[in-house]
Ligand binder design. Structure first.
Ligand code: SAM
Length: 381
């Protein structure tokens, strides 16, 4: 595989990106259906497109696209070899938009983490946690106490994948033995800690990443209502659930409004709310340049509404978990604090983190995964 071929293909993909076509979409369209291409070549092209967006603020916009891609890859190599040679001030000025400083503490560690290639994480079904690493190989189990978390029982289903296989075509994937799921998202499932036989509502279930995790933690016993405003995402959830042999769920459309999809009262509600996705900027660097402060403001309003509308469906003693894959103040502590103040019928609930705090940031620079925020409450009896 020649470096020039990678740069040429990455440049063609970058030129297809527009306000209506994201980098991820352009990559999927260009590479997704190409069964002939070597996985290593695909990975190199994806890496080049992401490196381009990671270093965009450092590139000479007057240069032709392929020159800019080559320059981005050079910067990436220099950074990977010596991250400390890049000053935090320069990264803050050129690798993230200027509005971010008002929303996030731009520490040197965080800024450097944003410039690294992301790790790939898998979550196995509990039944296959011992056998899958032997079958698939290149799976490093993440330490069960997950760097300071006190999950009970300890987690043994989270792995970093360091191999080179295209996992989407692996038989074990088609049989639903594992999911590709970021470590931060897996932490959300463990903080919910649903018990077998309970009834949960995953209000923003999307394509079901967390629904499937909750089902596995519940030994597929009890019931999960999985709702979303997008029917297409719920259709995908049903396919994934069938693959994973998960049947203890109901999928329903809910648009986040005051009319709830059921009169059921729940033991637990997870609101994995739509958000600006700032926590995913390492994995999806193009979003740094398309997300705006208006998005953050608008999404904070939607997040608060989802919490207000869903909370009445909790049983007395029931648990409410709010999660977002962002770390902006407006969408995290500000939403959670305002919600706490407006709902005296709920009390903040200790998470199995930070010595029992009721709010918690999963920091990318600490765990090498997406940034997330979690908050939890219990309905007073
Ligand atoms: C962070 S994603 C959910 C990811 C999913 N829980 C998972 O683990 O794969 C947020 C989801 O919220 C949904 N959503 C956005 N606005 C909504 C609303 N007003 N009411 C309900 N769902 C909404 C989106 O369609 C999206 O699927």
């Amino acid at each position: 595989m020649s470096a020039n071929a990678v740069i040429a293909r990455a440049s063609t993909i970058i030129e297809q990106i527009s306000p209506d076509v994201t980098a991820d979409f352009a990559l999927r369209k260009s590479l997704g259906g190409d069964r002939e291409m070597e996985p290593a070549l695909k990975r190199a092209i994806v890496r080049a497109v992401h490196a381009y967006h990671r270093w965009l603020g450092w590139l000479d916009q007057a240069e032709r696209t392929h020159r800019r891609v080559a320059a981005a890859l050079e910067l990436q190599d220099r950074f990977d070899a010596k991250p400390d040679s890049f000053k935090a001030e320069a990264l803050a000025a050129r690798s993230v938009p200027q509005w971010l400083a008002a929303e996030v503490d731009l520490t040197p560690d965080y800024l450097r983490q944003l410039q690294r290639d992301p790790a790939l994480y898998l979550r196995t079904q509990r039944e296959f946690a011992a056998s899958l690493p032997r079958a698939l190989g290149s799976m490093n189990r993440i330490d069960s106490n997950l760097m300071g978390y006190s999950f009970a029982p300890p987690v043994d289903t989270a792995f970093a994948y360091t191999g080179t296989r295209d996992l989407h075509v692996a038989d074990e994937f088609k049989q639903g033995l594992f999911e590709i799921q970021d470590l931060g998202s897996q932490i959300v499932g463990h903080c919910c800690a649903p018990r077998p036989g309970e009834t949960w509502w995953d209000t923003c279930a999307g394509e079901g990443g967390k629904t499937l995790h909750l089902a596995d933690l519940m030994d597929n016993r009890g019931l999960i209502w999985a709702s979303d405003r997008h029917t297409g995402r719920l259709a995908h959830l049903r396919k994934r659930a069938a693959r994973a042999q998960v049947f203890n769920y109901r999928s329903v459309v809910w648009n986040g409004g005051p009319v709830l999809p059921t009169k059921t009262k729940f033991d637990g509600i997870l609101i994995d709310a739509p958000c600006s996705g700032v926590g995913t900027w390492q994995r999806n660097p193009q979003a740094r340049w398309t997300t705006t402060p208006d998005d953050v403001r608008e999404l904070a309003g939607i997040q608060r509404q989802l919490l207000d509308h869903a909370a009445p469906a909790l049983k007395p003693g029931g648990k409410l978990v709010y999660a977002v894959c962002t770390i902006t103040r407006s969408e995290t502590t500000a939403v959670a604090d305002a919600f706490t103040a407006a709902h005296p019928e709920l009390e903040p609930l200790a998470l199995p983190v930070d010595g029992g705090a009721a709010q918690h940031f999963v920091l990318p620079e600490k765990l090498n995964c997406n940034g997330m925020f979690l908050a939890a409450w219990r309905r007073r009896a």
